[in-house]
Design a protein around this ligand. Structure first.
Ligand code: KG4
Ligand code: ZN
Length: 343
């Protein structure tokens, strides 16, 4: 084991306290996730103050479980990697503070990881053949980006949302049709019983770039549709609304990805982030990539949503590139992709 790079990955940017042990960047020895969904469900969304407090309660135990499942001791760890942004500042600080304490106490290197770069890296876990360059559609609760992954730690954003992120739209529409938090998986499930062509919701185009996204108009169209039905006393078929909304999101995500691939001449496509777990998006992407002769990569659902393994994987590539952070590493809530405040 001494030749191996054993990375501890810690993630606490939103509502999952997560830790994982990753060997040589590709092999996940453990991946422990403590979700706070139950408590935030009571409030209809993530309450930042509660999220921070729950991370404090859980983080040490989650790390201990990750080490024990991987059968490694703290001394076996080569380095500690941690999400330092973007995310909720109080939540990020718990992971960052814990990682700093471990790195200091163990005299091990500390590697800060960008959360979205971690999401992208989740694709390496189950696809040993995948290497940059490739095009990645990143769709999470806070981000919707089309990213050209040029090298393991070199990224170029070629498209982004002008307003809501895709996951945010799922969460807001879920709330409007009474499904509650977390919206994405609930819309996904309900949509299976609905007709995706029942209601024609808009597929927004953004002036200026054919690779950008906009979901706020779609969200408003769904809200207007629901209000219209209520005012006219018409029955709302929630499954049809969910399926038609989801279809509109999926159509736009697939369209921009295919355009991006054509424009850049990319042949390898990856998807990442919580919304990448969406079953309709996965099906539509598979079909489009087949038609366009593109090779599609996507992580299993557990690696799409927030987890420590993705941070351990990206942490490995940062570590191998010589990136080290000092004990002054801070949480950066709006950290831009590709931007590093490292030593
Ligand atoms: O990547 P993630 O776990 O956290 C962020 O970095 O934001 O993504 C969470 C988002 C939420 O908006 C959630 O509703 C959405 O991903 N999501 C889904 C599905 N699973 C999670 N959206 C659509 N379909 C799903 N199956
Ligand atoms: Zn995330």
């Amino acid at each position: 084991m001494s030749q191996d790079v054993i990375m501890l990955g810690i993630e606490s940017s939103c509502d999952e306290t997560a830790a994982a042990v990753v060997r040589n960047g590709r092999e996940v020895l453990s991946n422990v996730i403590s979700s706070q969904i139950d408590i935030h469900t009571l409030y209809g969304g993530v309450v930042p103050e509660i999220a921070s407090r729950k991370h404090v309660e859980r983080v040490n135990q989650v790390i201990e479980e990750a080490l024990s499942e991987a059968s490694v001791s703290l001394q076996d760890i080569t380095a500690v990697s941690v999400t330092y942004g973007p995310g909720l500042v109080g939540a990020l600080l718990v992971g960052v503070g814990t990682a700093k304490a471990l790195a200091y106490g163990l005299h091990k290197p500390l590697v800060g990881v960008h959360h979205i770069e971690g999401h992208i890296a989740a694709n390496y876990i189950e696809h040993p053949e995948l290497e940059p360059p490739f095009l990645c559609l990143v769709v999470s609760g806070g981000h919707t980006h089309l990213v050209r992954v040029e090298e393991y730690n070199k990224f170029q954003i070629i498209g982004c949302t002008h307003d809501d992120a895709a996951g945010e739209a799922f969460d807001k529409v879920a709330r409007a049709i009474g499904l509650g938090y977390p919206g994405g998986p609930k819309v996904d499930r309900l949509a299976r019983e609905g007709n995706p062509h029942a209601i024609e919701f808009p597929r927004a185009k953004v002036g200026g770039s054919e690779l950008d996204f906009s979901f706020s108009g779609l969200k408003s169209a769904v809200l207007n549709y629901l209000n219209g039905c209520r005012m006219k006393g018409e029955e709302i078929h929630a499954a049809d609304v969910a399926a038609s909304f989801q279809q509109a999101v999926v159509d736009v995500l697939v369209d921009r990805t295919v355009r991006g691939a054509r424009k850049l001449g990319e042949t390898k496509i990856a998807v990442a982030g919580g919304v990448a777990a969406n079953s309709a998006l996965r099906r539509a992407m598979e079909q489009a990539c087949q038609e366009e002769h593109l090779t599609l990569y996507h992580p299993s659902p557990v690696y799409c949503t927030d987890n420590g393994a993705m941070i351990g994987v990206q942490g490995y590539y940062e570590y191998m590139a010589g990136i080290r952070h000092g004990l002054d590493l801070n949480a950066v809530p709006s950290l831009a992709i590709g931007q590093r405040g490292c030593l």
